[in-house]
Design a protein around this ligand. Sequence first.
Ligand SMILES: Nc1ccn([C@@H]2O[C@H](COP(=O)(O)OP(=O)(O)OP(=O)(O)O)[C@@H](O)[C@H]2O)c(=O)n1
Ligand SMILES: C[C@](O)(CO)[C@H](O)COP(=O)(O)O
Length: 233
Amino acid sequence: MGVVALVPAAGRGERLGFGMPKALVPVDGVPLLVRAVRGLLASGRVGHVVIAAPPSDVDTMNACTAPLAQAGGAVHVVAGGAERSDSVRLALEHALREIPDTSIVLVHDAARAFTPPEVVRAVVDAVAAGHPAVIPVLPVADTVKQVDADGVVVATPDRALLRVVQTPQGFDARVLLRAHGSGLRATDDAGLVERLGVPVVTVPGHQDAMKVTTRFDLAVAEALLVRSGGGAR
Ligand SMILES: Nc1ccn([C@@H]2O[C@H](COP(=O)(O)OP(=O)(O)OP(=O)(O)O)[C@@H](O)[C@H]2O)c(=O)n1
Ligand SMILES: C[C@](O)(CO)[C@H](O)COP(=O)(O)O
């Protein structure tokens, strides 16, 4: 089965605030994007990777990820779009046009650079087993409140039924194409698939698959590296 990973990396990294795309921010000298792609390839399940880069950084992202290509696979870089979902759609269109036999598609944030390969494998294997949409999740540790527009609490959802959602999210390629053709908006790809009425199943995520969004997250990422003795991707 042809497994292609799409890596949206076209964000500006405003909340990190280094004045450069977050995907190019180094942790111990290695850009987040390179670490994310290494993790995908280390799973042994991913043949091709399609990166959506900021249009002005296509060449830079190509240069730093091309050496990661391995026998039988390749790393492609395309220009991303204004929103994450635009970047995913553009990468998906490239994959379906240029990579023969694309049947399973993963969507994985460049910002989740320390995702363990076993999470990637669990997602791919669940899609290969016949689930059209699969997401890695974690339980919610805090009590969560729903508030109204004024910040007044309106509900306390049962946290046993809530999950925090990570990437890679895995899909039957035809389902993801249909979801992105719907013209709807969502903060993750599964959110689009849900609205087609397609069941989305969950597999266990991992704390190391955290999204680097803020300086605090970057400090956590650095600590993960120290903990692994530099062994983490
Ligand atoms: N137009 C966009 C916006 C985001 N992303 C990617 O989607 C992932 C998740 O987005 P986020 O963490 O919000 O990244 P940024 O948009 O860079 O962050 P910020 O909102 O702080 O600018 C990141 O890998 C980011 O590069 C993308 O490919 N295209
Ligand atoms: C896809 C995602 O990482 C799942 O948690 C998240 O929804 C991305 O959100 P962002 O606002 O683009 O960072």
